[in-house]
Ligand binder design. Structure first.
Ligand code: GLY
Length: 364
């Protein structure tokens, strides 16, 4: 089977790898190359029990997290590369009584769902994370959560897919046309004809698949993320506050994110965004002003109107499939999305989860 994957973000690359490893001949097309959209500004947090604020997202996220160990191991083996991936937990922190009440409520939900967790006071939190600010007076530890280094994973996915024969092209996709027995993708580098196309172009997906939907099925929501660096590793797990999260890497890097801004297709970093993140992160970790400032990263998260992704067949174009609109959960949902798409496209198997993410709910 010849399959074109449009989009080389974490979702497109995960789908391409899964399809190629099952024997498809895969071509990845992206206008800018690997991991240049929302992926480049993703902190890689794997925390469905924090970010799954909608039932469907919680169900999809928990399922995808359960696939993560095997996913990373397989990509790492296929790419012959190591990938920084830790299941060291998340520590949600509260700065005041209202935020502490929210942690109590979250702990009750985890208890009801049978998810391991531990509620603690500020001193207990500082015993496991000594660099936490004295402002923190309650915390909730969820040990099964974690993080992955996103660009490392995305590059490894491309290498792993290539080792299964996939190719990559940098070109702008102009249109997608379903023909009698094939699908044609017209790009700035020529026409690619194949048996199927997977649209995984993040915020740019709506432009490839015009529909009457208003607002568009996928729209960009900007996120700015700081990359700081410490001479020592400042934290041993992801710390999540109400206005800011922190992700420590093995090399002393710390990601601090993120803004959520509805500003259209504007990928600029702003002084307001950087100031906000520096101030909010210093409330959690007092050493932030001592860190080296490495970079600010900016990405446009692909948001759908109900914040649930679009995964499955187009209802208007035969041979066209969507894997888009993952908004704030693309990295977490990558293994599940890749599996759902490959099961569907290659084996015609419709997993029950596809009912939660049907593209035709927005006329696609
Ligand atoms: N998932 C983290 C974010 O969207 O900022």
């Amino acid at each position: 089977m010849n399959i074109t994957v449009v989009g080389a973000g974490i979702i497109g690359c995960a789908v391409a790898h899964e399809l190629a490893s099952r024997g498809a001949r895969v071509q990845i097309v992206d206008m800018r190359g690997t991991g240049r959209g929302a992926t480049q500004a993703s902190a890689g947090i794997l925390a469905p029990h924090i970010e799954g604020h909608i039932d469907a997202l919680l169900r999809l996220g928990a399922c995808s997290l359960s696939l993560y160990d095997g996913f990373v191991a397989r990509v790492s083996a296929d790419a012959r590369q190591t990938i920084e991936y830790e299941r060291s937990g998340t520590l949600q922190v509260a700065r005041d009584g209202r935020e502490a009440d929210e942690l109590d409520a979250a702990a009750r939900r985890l208890e009801a769902a049978g998810i391991e967790h531990r509620l603690m006071n500020g001193d207990e939190a500082r015993r496991i994370e000594p660099a936490l600010s004295s402002r923190i007076h309650a915390a909730l530890l969820t040990p099964r959560h974690g993080y992955v280094k996103v660009l490392e994973l995305t590059m490894a996915l491309v290498a792993a897919a290539a080792n299964h024969g996939a190719t990559s092209t940098t070109a702008t996709v102009r249109r997608v046309d379903a023909r009698d027995n094939s699908v044609a993708v017209t790009t700035s580098a020529g026409i690619i004809e194949g048996d199927a196309v997977v649209l995984a172009a993040g915020s740019w997906t709506s432009g490839l698949a015009p529909s009457a939907a208003s607002p568009p099925a996928v729209r960009p929501i900007r996120g700015q993320l700081l990359h700081l660096h410490f001479s020592h590793v400042p934290l041993s797990r992801v710390v999540w506050g109400a206005d800011c999260y922190l992700v420590p890497w093995h090399d002393g890097s710390l990601l601090a994110g993120a803004t959520v801004e509805d500003v259209g297709f504007d990928e600029s970093a702003t002084t307001a965004g950087v100031t906000h993140l520096l101030e909010r992160s210093a409330e959690l970790l007092t050493a932030v002003p001592d860190a080296r400032f490495e970079a600010v990263r900016v990405g446009l998260r692909p948001a759908t109107p109900d914040e649930v992704p679009l995964i499955g067949p187009s209802s208007t174009m035969r041979g066209v499939y969507y894997a888009a609109g993952h908004y704030r959960s693309g990295v977490l949902l990558a293994p599940l999305t890749a599996k759902l798409v490959a099961d569907l496209v290659m084996d015609g198997r419709r997993a029950p989860e596809l009912e939660l993410v049907r593209p035709d709910r927005f006329g696609l």
